[in-house]
Design a protein around this ligand. Sequence first.
Ligand code: GLA
Length: 381
Amino acid sequence: MIDTFCARFGSADGMRVFRAPGRVNLIGEHTDYNLGFVLPVALNLATYVATAPAADGRLRIYSEDRREMREWSSSEISGLARARHWTDYPIGVAQQLIAAGFAIEPANLLIRSTVPEGSGLSSSAALEVSSALAFLNRRRLPPLDLARLCQRAEVHFVGMPCGIMDQYISIFGREHTAVEIDCRSLEHRDVELPAGITFLAVNTMVKHALAGSAYRERVAECAAAVEGIKPRFPLVKSLRDVTPEQFESVADLLPGVIARRARHVVTETARVGQFVEASGGGDLKRMGALMVESHRSLQQDYEVSCAELDFLVDRALGIEGILGARMTGGGFGGCTVTMLRPDAVPRFRQEIATAYEGKFGVTPAIYPCEPSAGAGEVLPA
Ligand code: GLA
């Protein structure tokens, strides 16, 4: 990055590099904006942002992947409108930092990422968090405030009404453990995974155009479910508050589609706790079964899966040594996450790739899910 930075900007004097990881979510999908629980793992795939001061009052951002440079006067950042461009992520974050009282200093930024874009492994949050750290450039912001600030950038500037999972895990990720996040209290605890298993993400290599609009639709449907449940249970503020028993007692009063959406969220929130419990007891079979239940619920009740994801899950379950599989992230493409015995890895890689190529004519990329550290400064160490 030092060489590229020099070639691009003439000098790397005073250069620092900040890193923020992508994530894979093990269970708890579409529960974060319903203030429920999620169980993600920070990956060793990450976005790196190098930054050094610019003497000429400009802010320049170069994306290595896109081979594209954009620049502004640092004084115009606060007035920029959304451009429907990758720079919306760093600019949205910059505007939120300005609103929080942090000036955006003139600087040159170089972005490099190993998080595959559009893969459902949270390349957006990795870009937001790494940019925020580069703009802050060692100025202090409490980690939870940083997560919320990056989420606000995505909701208000990018226009995606996401929950807090991706930004949160990118910051609070830890080596060797998954992290259970309570998306209401915004507290978390590390969840050590049992020995004798490993996780792989398998990329469908597709991102269906529906993803953004369907996400917004689901957020609205969940709000409608809350409104429909409130007359019977007035204390309910979000679907997080609804127990499976309460849900069954009101399900018939809700419009069919709304009831199915709510059933997914209510059962999925319960599944996170069950998965953590099974993990604590080393019950691999139960963990795998819960992953599959989660996928079926996303497929049939929440309707955010697609043929490619379903194929990868169904096919994985037929391979020896595979304990569980499900889609991960927002859906409509992106990745599945598969839980398997370490000795099954080579066989799984080969069989799943061959099957997927045979069916869809594309080679799926496969990534090991090694629980990794959250965001921070990586250079100088
Ligand atoms: C996307 C969003 C997250 C979360 C997941 C689904 O990744 O950014 O906030 O809602 O989808 O669990």
